[in-house]
Design a protein. Sequence first.
Length: 86
Amino acid sequence: MKKEAITVQMDAEKLRAVKRYMEKKDADLEQELCDQLQRLYEKFVPANVREYIDESADIEIPPSTLPKKQKEKIRQTAEPRQADEQ
């Protein structure tokens, strides 16, 4: 699956402190951030959408070739969550 980078900002002094204390515990900042993002993904993305993403990653089918019913089902699942966020 294609990877994409994200950028976040944090107070420099706080970031230095996090890095310092994580080093003392042999913890990796990037790995910890990835773990937290995975938890957010599992918390907010509906299970059927995660399943679809996992299946499509295995098959590598371009989205334009998906049957219309599958596209619509995913869209309908995502819409209620978007409405909740507003």
